[in-house]
Design a protein around this ligand. Structure first.
Ligand SMILES: [Zn+2]
Length: 140
């Protein structure tokens, strides 16, 4: 599968990390880890910015992360007008931090830095795939 299936709006169909979308279809969020130096990348990269190697392995994003920072988005760029308001979050999964949206199941008044979150792959109404963060005890 190509990359055009990913995201609220997809801007590219060709990528060296299209396996990312195949894994989303399976309901799992993956990063890539460099086999040469061990650096981990999200979004996934096919080439290492550290050692310039291209031997990458897929690595699943852990189920437990902690909210590092967040911001409420009230004004949207072109193409996202129907989505606002929503919350963007940076979540620390230990070796890798992942940027994305908080799910609408997380009430705005319960958002706290340090809270436990996990990634959840979601299918949008138009069939596109993306991921968001939900509470650690969220049942899919
Ligand atoms: Zn490397």
């Amino acid at each position: 599968m190509g990359f055009e299936k990913f995201g609220h709006k997809s801007y590219t169909a060709l990528t060296k990390v299209a396996g990312f979308v195949d894994r989303l279809v399976q309901g799992e969020l993956f990063a890539t880890r460099c086999s040469g130096c061990g650096r981990i990348y999200f979004p996934p990269r096919a080439d290492c910015a550290g050692c310039l190697g291209s031997a990458m392995q897929w690595e699943k994003i852990p189920e437990k992360g902690k909210l590092v920072s967040f911001t409420r988005v009230n004004y949207a760029p072109a193409g996202f007008e129907a989505d606002v308001p929503y919350t963007l979050a940076l979540v620390d999964f230990g070796e890798v931090k992942v940027f994305g949206r908080l799910g609408s199941t997380v009430a705005e008044d319960e958002i706290k830095v340090g809270m436990e979150l996990k990634p959840l792959v979601v299918t949008l109404p138009d069939g596109q795939l993306t991921y968001e963060f939900v509470l650690g005890n969220h049942k899919a």
